[in-house]
Design a protein around this ligand. Sequence first.
Ligand code: NAX
Length: 331
Amino acid sequence: MTTPAPIRVAVTGAAGQIGYASLFRLASGQIFGAHRPVILHLIEVPPVMAALDGIHMELDDCAFPTLAGVVKCDSDHLEEAFRDVNFVILVGSIPRKQGMERSDLIRINGPIFTNTGKAIQAAAAKDVRVVVVGNPCNTNCLIAMSHAPDVPRDRWFAMTRLDQNRAAAQLAQKSGRPVASVSNLAIWGNHSSTQYPDFVNAKIDEKPVTSVISDHAWLKGDFVSTVQQRGAAVIKARGASSAASAANAALDTVKSIITPTPAGDCFSAAVYSDGSYGIESGLVTGLPLSSDGRNWRVLPGFQIDDFSRSQIDKTVAELKQERDTVRDLLP
Ligand code: NAX
């Protein structure tokens, strides 16, 4: 059997908590298959480059048969960093600190994504796909893609998968069913406390969640708010923000993009809106998606009742506000 060409995967913020928790699974063959060699491009800010040497040693020490190479680059040399990469996971950014407003974070992290978008356009492989994790991920994705107009819009994703996974876990626990029985679970809007985890269209054992869980007040109340506030709850309990679960969700996103979505199911990611479901076009918003393994589409036919509409409108309004905050960063 001939060995397939290696896939090049770049991770920014590679020495941070999410980066570190992602690299070993990317290198191990779990994500792209046991026979697909992987070359990792590890990207960090210059003061943190020494830490990448240690991570490189650890990757070597795993002796993964699928790891075909490691490229280390600092963020002052982004074109070199993204040279010929097929997948990019953009984690590198400053996490929100206590007392920091969301608008402060946008102004600090937004500029990182202008240069990143330009460098991806200049250097990445023609088939590049990009998953933005660094917050505010929807708006950062919008900034990066706006600076890479030659990279088709359907290659850009912002991560709402952690929210999908969190929501699935809550529904499974409430219904007493295994998490694998939960399907068709969409996250609408922004990856923030306004996001809407859609229980109306979700299913448990192929049946509508609303018919399996009779406590509809819980669905509209605690369920939605628990998912919206889960990141803050993890920080409070752990003293640090979600890391392994966030890395897991980033890798789930990659797998969902490259794997056909089962019939009757969807996966959640934020993508460039085309006006579907009455959401203004030109925003990066969470939508229900389906992939055939190469291309994806927004799934039609999701039922939007009055409750869902009001939730979606609220989170989309926040996305518009974020876009307006960074207008000067959008060419
Ligand atoms: P860490 O502070 O542990 O790691 C971030 C890393 O990025 C650091 O090592 C830093 O040196 C590096 N970095 C900063 N600027 C960079 C640049 N310009 N180029 C390359 N690297 C750069 O944070 P971590 O916990 O890993 O979180 C990273 C980002 O993910 C944050 O923005 C965080 O808010 C976001 N998250 C997004 C989630 C999502 O669901 N979309 C959930 C988890 C997480 O909160």
